[in-house]
Design a protein around this ligand. Structure first.
Ligand SMILES: Nc1ncnc2c1ncn2[C@@H]1O[C@H](COP(=O)(O)OP(=O)(O)OP(=O)(O)O)[C@@H](O)[C@H]1O
Ligand SMILES: [Mg+2]
Length: 387
């Protein structure tokens, strides 16, 4: 992949933005609508006004459980199960317009996600990624460098599937076989053929997961050739046994290697639960400015800047890999940045011509962008256009 840089190259990208969003019984909104153009959007207002809820509603236009990882009934205005909610949007592109809607479908015994594209029901959430690329950063992600490796792994996998939606399916396949093997071991079933078939499948799907993570890290390192004002240049490294084997062994041999190791650890795994080896144990290591400091030893603001630099680099990779501008959701991000980094962030958003959605309690931090960004003020779930 060649890596383009600078504002002029963004001219080649196809436009992709939201021009309307409507929320029905979604969290604090009973029925609200917001119309906008392709410029970045700023949402300001006091605590509890409904700013993050709008970003969360947009995040439901991508596969998964949105930026708060909520359940389907949690986001309903009535909270208890059995109540519907909906988010509808118009996606505006260079030469297309699509209507995308999502919500909850309440059956007799179950609730499930309903997705409509141009008024037709689609069964697969992955179809959403053909129309919209959405990447986000929330304050809940601030502590991922301090947290358990699962938080960083989830962050890494989410970045990858914003570039390659197939990654979500690979991961789901691997986790399915891992769960199934754990269940069989827990029941004390010793059918060797059954277990080795599951382990072979874990080998194949696990290597596919590890290979796409390695591929992402390589692409990401190319993105480090462009500088982003005073933002740090993050160095990303993967720490995982399967990824390490892939450095020296062909993929087929690594599949066998993993399956063999799992077969040897059946007894231990039956006792401890889970699986002792595999890409579900991988960790993501992040360093500030090419290896001089691990992220967990950086200051709060530096960690925020690292996360943002990773998100922006991924957005840029996404933009140039499929020639479409991603939509980026930045919840309360600007207030944590010093003036230099804030301006660097605004410049990058404008250079890529992305429709970034930013929230903040203090409108003054966006003042320098008054005509370039569109501003909405929210209070008690009432949305007021300000410019
Ligand atoms: N399921 C729900 N039904 C109704 N209201 C909800 C639901 N979930 C959350 N809320 C409320 O929505 C309101 C707005 O929340 P939101 O997180 O969007 O606020 P915010 O403007 O981002 O505030 P802050 O500046 O504190 O981050 C809150 O008062 C919250 O309690
Ligand atoms: Mg908020």
């Amino acid at each position: 992949m060649t890596f383009l840089s600078g504002a002029s190259s963004s001219q080649h990208l196809l436009e992709c933005s939201l021009s309307r969003i409507r929320l029905k019984d979604f969290r604090c909104y009973s029925d609200a609508e917001l119309s906008c153009d392709a410029r970045p959007v700023v949402l300001t207002g006091p605590n509890g006004a409904g700013k993050t809820n709008i970003l969360e509603a947009i995040s439901f236009l991508s596969p998964g459980r949105g930026l708060r990882r909520a359940t389907l009934s949690e986001v309903s205005r009535h909270r208890e199960s059995g109540h519907s909610w909906g988010v509808a949007t118009t996606v505006q592109g260079t030469n297309f317009t699509h209507e995308i809607a999502t919500g909850i479908e309440i059956g007799q015994e179950s609730e499930r996600r309903l997705i409509k594209i141009d008024h037709e029901i689609v069964r697969s959430q992955a179809s959403l990624t053909e129309y919209l690329n959405i990447i986000w950063l929330t304050p809940q992600m601030d502590r991922i460098f301090q947290e358990a490796s699962s938080a960083r792994r989830r962050f890494l996998d989410r970045l990858i599937y914003s570039l390659d939606p197939e990654h979500a399916r690979r991961l789901a396949r691997y986790e399915h076989y891992m769960r199934e093997r754990a269940r069989v071991l827990k029941l004390g079933i010793t059918d060797r053929h059954w277990l080795s078939t599951l382990e072979q499948n874990m080998g194949t799907s696990g290597v596919a997961v590890a290979a796409s993570r390695k591929n992402f890290i390589e692409m990401f390192s190319q993105s480090q050739s462009w500088a982003l004002g005073t933002f740090p240049r993050p160095l990303l490294q993967i720490q995982g046994q399967v990824e390490e084997w892939l450095e020296t062994e062909p993929a087929l041999a690594v599949e066998e290697h993993l399956a063999h190791l799992l077969a040897l650890s059946r007894e231990r795994d039956a006792e401890a639960g889970g699986a002792s080896e595999g890409p579900h144990r991988t960790d993501l290591k992040v360093y500030f400015n090419s290896q001089d400091r691990p992220a967990d030893q950086c200051s709060t603001g530096e960690q925020k800047a690292l996360l943002l630099a990773i998100i922006l680099a991924t957005a840029r990779l996404k933009a140039y890999s499929d020639q479409r501008r991603p939509i980026i959701l930045l919840d309360e991000v600007v207030a944590h940045l010093d003036a230099g980094r804030r301006q660097a962030l605004f410049n990058e958003i404008l250079a890529l011509n992305m429709q970034a959605w930013m929230t903040g309690t203090d409108p003054s931090v966006f003042l320098s962008m008054s005509t370039k960004f569109q501003h909405f003020h929210i209070e008690n779930a009432i949305i007021q256009p300000m410019n």
